[in-house]
Design a protein around this ligand. Structure first.
Ligand SMILES: C[S@@+](CC[C@H](N)C(=O)[O-])C[C@H]1O[C@@H](n2cnc3c(N)ncnc32)[C@H](O)[C@@H]1O
Length: 342
């Protein structure tokens, strides 16, 4: 992930983190058609300099136990590396702060994808709703969701992240509304149809998409909705971004400082096709086109986001987006009819 170690609300207003190009006030966009053979194994898309962190002997509890205790079940090499990375990275998140600005209602920032996601989650709230924070990390987003009123469950592959998440919940006074457990996105332990809402922030690009999204659908109730915010690969931009000369000035290899793991990879249109096959009812809001340039012109990042927002109806502008917010709805009849957009 490329954002700095900040929290939900702060990141939501972070000038580096976001921009615009949503389509929520124009006809929603359909996901591309899925390839016939969804991939089971993925490669790292960018050359990350091969940072291979030490592997841990401890693994994740078998399905149904929901415990942080190590078990015999082996993690995939990718899951092990992610776990090792975040068990270390969590140390710098110990003082993570929860910023509630995006749900306070005093201000709206539709040009910011994080604010947009929080607004969507807030809109869906009804008393007693159960929300799953999908890959909850250090729990700052879980705290925001709990402050909206949700009963929140969060899972993550890193038990150290969850220790921080529990401390955050205590500090925020919402410990009775949240529950965290070590789980893998690709094989969740929750019962079918358990959640009204699933929310995932910067998580899908760390996991095996097909199985994680299949699990996401399984644990959602009929009529439930999942929201994800993710970075999106753009062939043109990312080609330039990954040239040696650009990387020399703006490195994007794995590091704790830049918060980039060696296995993370931006979503591609093929990933979107896989997601669209599992969730035929979907919507994509696109952000971050001109606002990518804000790194070159330090100043008011929000101005760039607003520029993107004002240009969102320009044809093909959204195809250059670097961040997307996905809305995925589960309906029983989904797979009897053809794909449709929300
Ligand atoms: C970029 S962080 C996002 C954390 C959190 N959603 C947030 O925005 O603060 C990615 C998270 O994915 C978790 N993760 C990576 N692979 C995972 C997997 N296979 N199953 C569950 N969690 C995973 C990491 O431990 C890490 O907490």
């Amino acid at each position: 992930m490329t954002h700095k170690p900040v929290i939900a609300g702060a990141r939501a207003g972070h000038p580096r983190a976001v921009s615009v190009m949503p389509g929520w006030d124009r006809p929603a966009e359909a996901l591309p058609q899925a390839p016939p053979d969804p991939r089971r194994h993925r490669s790292v898309e960018h050359d990350v300099g091969g940072q291979h962190l030490p592997q841990s002997g401890a693994a994740i509890a078998p399905r149904g136990t929901m415990t942080d205790e190590p078990a015999e079940q082996a993690l995939t090499p990718r899951q092990q590396r992610e776990r090792e990375y975040y068990n270390q990275y969590s140390q710098q998140m110990k003082d993570a702060r929860v910023d509630l600005a995006a749900i306070a209602g005093k201000e709206q920032r539709p040009w910011n994808p994080y604010w947009h996601l929080f607004a969507l989650v807030k809109e869906r709230y009804t008393p007693g709703s159960r929300l799953l924070d999908f890959g909850c990390g250090w729990g700052t987003n879980s705290a925001v969701f709990a402050h909206i009123g949700y009963q929140v469950q969060g899972f993550d592959i890193s038990e150290r992240n969850l220790e921080v998440a529990r401390q955050v919940a205590e500090k925020e006074g919402i410990a009775d509304q949240v529950n965290f457990s070590v789980q893998r996105a690709e094989a969740l332990e929750y019962p079918d149809g358990h959640f009204d809402v699933v929310a995932g922030v910067d998580i899908l690009h760390h996991v095996e998409i097909s199985s994680a999204i299949t699990e996401c659908r399984r644990v959602l109730r009929e009529g439930g909705v999942a929201f994800f915010i993710e970075p999106l690969n753009n062939p043109l931009f990312d080609y330039v971004r990954n040239t040696r000369v650009v990387r020399r000035f703006c490195p994007n290899d794995a590091s704790f400082e830049r918060h980039i793991t060696c296995d993370e990879r931006k979503l591609t249109n093929k990933d979107l096709a896989v997601i669209g096959r599992i969730f035929p009812r979907h919507r994509i809001d696109r952000f971050r086109v001109a606002s990518r340039l804000q790194v070159l012109f330090p100043g008011d990042g929000m101005a760039w986001e607003k520029l993107d927002y004002s240009l969102r109806f320009v044809p093909l502008y959204g195809s250059l987006a670097g961040t997307i917010v996905l809305t995925l709805e589960k309906k029983a009849e989904d797979h009897k009819s053809s794909a449709c957009s929300l």
